[in-house]
Design a protein around this ligand. Structure first.
Ligand SMILES: CC(C)(COP(=O)(O)OP(=O)(O)OC[C@H]1O[C@@H](n2cnc3c(N)ncnc32)[C@H](O)[C@@H]1OP(=O)(O)O)[C@@H](O)C(=O)NCCC(=O)NCCS
Length: 185
């Protein structure tokens, strides 16, 4: 299957490592961060033991790739390729960093670049898509910078504290990535 290999991807700022139980405390911090919950529209809660089990079992799943974003030995978030559709060579991407201690330092941009290079460079994937809430200007900027193109809007997809918000669908296709890889230094 496409994601049987669980790579470690090394960048200048961050290293992406296959998630494991050793990252469970970080995951708990991530999913309880109020700003992260708002930006990702997370209504549910994940009990610490469930989170630990989740991270401990991701390595067995060859239809998805869950990577911890590490700054030296510090877990600062995760980036995930999931919802693999092998017939159509497509999957979904999601990323989240732990709020105050990780936003705005270039970690997210580099993590996305590493994952796209891995996905398009080592698998036959053609399309990677995601959805992002319309109010999430930082994420939309970072995705656009990484080569994602806006495709459409899901109206009122999120109800957060009584207010409705749209969700924007974006994707990057293999030819987009190839064209960028040729022009980047
Ligand atoms: C979205 C996210 C992954 C981006 O990663 P990051 O490390 O914070 O972002 P970076 O530091 O790499 O880049 C931030 C860029 O956004 C820009 N930016 C910051 N705030 C912005 C805003 N309100 N509007 C537009 N651009 C903004 C910065 O100027 C910078 O641009 P540049 O690289 O062109 O100079 C991260 O902020 C995050 O995890 N957010 C919470 C969860 C989330 O929103 N996930 C996405 C859900 S779809």
């Amino acid at each position: 299957m496409m994601f049987a290999a669980k790579p470690t991807l090394v960048g200048k700022l961050v290293t992406l490592r296959p998630v494991g139980p050793e990252h469970a405390e970080g995951l708990q911090e991530l999913v309880t961060d109020p700003e992260v919950r708002r930006l990702t529209g997370s209504h549910g809660e994940i009990a610490p033991e469930a989170g630990r089990h989740w991270y401990a079992t991701r390595g067995e799943q060859d239809d998805r790739l869950d990577l911890a974003i590490m700054v030296a030995d510090d877990y600062v978030g995760e980036v995930v390729l999931n919802e693999l559709d092998t017939a159509n060579l497509s999957c979904n991407l999601r990323i989240a960093l732990i709020g105050s201690r990780a936003f705005g330092k270039g970690y997210g941009s580099e993590a996305i670049e590493l994952v796209l290079d891995h996905a398009f460079g080592t698998t036959p994937l053609h399309r990677i898509s995601l959805d992002v809430f319309s109010f999430n200007d930082r994420a939309r900027h970072v995705y656009k910078k990484a080569g994602f193109v806006e495709e459409g809007v899901l109206r009122d997809a999120l109800r957060w504290e009584g207010e409705w918000h749209d969700s924007v669908i974006m994707s990057v296709l293999r030819p987009d990535w190839q064209a960028r890889s040729q022009t980047l230094p």
